[in-house]
Ligand binder design. Structure first.
Ligand code: SF4
Ligand code: SF4
Length: 484
């Protein structure tokens, strides 16, 4: 029996031929054409604006100081998150949870309205790939030169060019890893440690790991991360409907495609507006042809829109052959007003109202948040005991321990009060102070008349900041009497 290796372009094999189909498809290198100068369109300008904004935030934020410390710092060792004037403790995990829910819902909302806006404009994979391609273009040259260089046999010149590119990529990747770790450990101290080669094992690991991931994902894997690794690409279609804005080729206007200059009478030749220049495919970072319809590989970067508009302008044809459009608008020839009206559909309104409610609830909770946390722990070793005071009265005493957390950024003096049963008095210090963003453990002795019935009595312990009535916490606990 004849055994053949299958190739997609081969004709069907004859009967009796065993076909061996490889499950591994070799990657075809993509050389996206750069859009620079005149061909840099509106959407690509916006993409660069977002690259700048996100990267200014990422690389710059760890260096911003606030109150003499890093403004944004997730201090995992001390288990405190600093966000400008806000200090969040592990007990404030609800805010982090809320933030994650808001991020997920925002993603649903923006995807339902504008498709893969996140992927195309703000996803770190897209942004770093863009940066790495910019470096590549400046070292190796544009598309044609890169393709020619890759076809050439290895030479000293090729090694030098490739070496320079990889050195630049590695430098950016390591700086990215360093910056990433700088969100978790004070970046200035980290910088000094790196300069003296004295970073700890975890810091070293994460700088190298994050740097390696950036280098590998943005330099080598690129579109493969979006196509094969990103889970979001898989489930996003569940968030699309016929009124979601997607990057679309207007087939009715473009087909039948055919080459021709702007002076040609395309209508007379029965041609549509697509001049079949292939530019939309050449600029696509995932290497697809949008004229084949919506494909899951499309990350919604709109590079093909700008490329096609550039061609249309040169050919003297109306812009927008490839454009953001909804399936309904293409089918029913909707205008801008009709598309806009359909943005406010039930799915979008539901996402928006849930999102708005959660954001409002989080904002209110943050504003009302008291920068003080108190835990009352009963002393299990000495439940209740009889004691005499200075005047010889016999009293019953209960011992507690207060864990007091000052989550503000200033030293506070606190006062303790207790009530709930008659003649309850404090036998330990009533005032104490706590350093900024710290916890103290305070012993507390409460006394009541000896005639108090045996069993537990509900009492309240209040801790209040001196000079700030808004900062107080009232905790419930029990007091044990001894009289049989
Ligand atoms: S088809 Fe267009 S929008 Fe989609 S990834 Fe390619 S260039 Fe970007
Ligand atoms: S860029 Fe526009 S005109 Fe050129 S092939 Fe693509 S759709 Fe056709």
């Amino acid at each position: 029996m004849e055994i053949k290796r299958a190739k997609s372009e081969e004709k069907p094999a004859a009967a009796g031929t065993e076909i061996i189909e490889s499950l591994y498809a070799k990657r075809i290198e993509i050389y996206p054409r750069s859009q620079i100068g005149d061909s840099l369109g509106w959407f690509q300008r916006w993409r660069w604006v977002l690259v700048w904004l996100t990267q200014l935030f990422f690389y710059g934020m760890p260096w911003v100081n606030w109150n003499g410390r890093q403004a944004l710092l997730f201090d995992l060792v001390a288990r405190k998150f600093y966000l400008f004037g806000l200090v969040l403790w592990p007990q404030d995990i609800i805010f982090l949870t809320g933030l994650l829910i808001v991020s997920a819902l925002s993603l649903f909302l923006f995807t339902a309205v504008g498709g893969r806006l996140w992927c195309g404009y703000a996803c770190p994979q897209t942004v770093y790939t863009e940066i790495f391609m910019w470096i590549e273009r400046h070292i190796e040259g544009d598309r044609a030169r890169r393709m020619a260089l890759d076809r050439q046999p290895w030479s000293a010149r090729k090694v030098a060019i490739k070496g320079a590119k990889h050195a630049a990529w590695v430098a950016v990747a390591l700086w990215t890893g360093f910056t990433f770790v700088g969100f978790f450990t004070p970046i200035r101290a980290l910088g000094a440690e790196v300069a003296s080669l004295g970073t700890g094992p975890w810091e070293t690991f994460w700088i190298l790991f994050y740097g390696f991931a950036t280098y590998g994902n943005a330099g080598w894997l690129r579109e493969q991360v979006c196509k094969y690794m990103c889970p979001y690409a898989r489930f996003q279609s569940a968030m699309f409907d016929r009124d979601t804005l997607i990057v679309t080729y207007d087939e009715r206007r473009g087909e039948p495609r055919g080459k021709g200059s702007k002076t040609s009478d395309r209508q007379a030749r029965g041609l549509g507006d697509c001049v079949d220049c292939g530019l939309c495919v050449q600029v696509c970072p995932t290497g697809i042809d949008i004229r084949n319809g919506l494909q899951y590989e499309c990350i919604g970067c709109a590079a093909c829109i700008d490329a096609c508009d550039f061609v249309m302008e040169k050919a003297g044809l109306p812009l927008g052959l490839i454009r953001y459009a909804t399936t309904n608008s293409l089918r029913n020839n909707f205008g801008g007003q009709q598309i806009l009206r359909r943005v406010f559909r039930p799915r979008v309104l539901i996402y928006s109202s849930i999102l708005g409610t959660i954001v409002l609830a989080l904002a209110i909770a943050l504003v009302l948040r008291v920068p003080l946390k108190v835990d009352v722990i009963r002393d299990r070793g000495a439940l209740a005991r009889e004691v005499s005071d200075d005047s010889g009265r016999t009293l019953v005493e209960n011992v507690y321990r207060l864990q007091v957390m000052n989550t503000s950024e200033r030293r506070e003096v606190f006062q303790i009060k207790a009530d709930g049963i008659a003649d309850l008095e404090l036998a330990s210090n009533a005032t104490f102070d706590v350093a900024p963003a710290s916890t103290v453990s305070i012993p507390l002795r409460l006394r009541a008349p000896a005639g108090l019935d045996a069993g537990s009595h509900r009492i309240y312990i209040e801790v209040r900041a001196q000079g700030d009535d808004g900062v107080h916490v009232r905790e419930k606990t029990t007091f044990l009497g001894l009289r049989p």
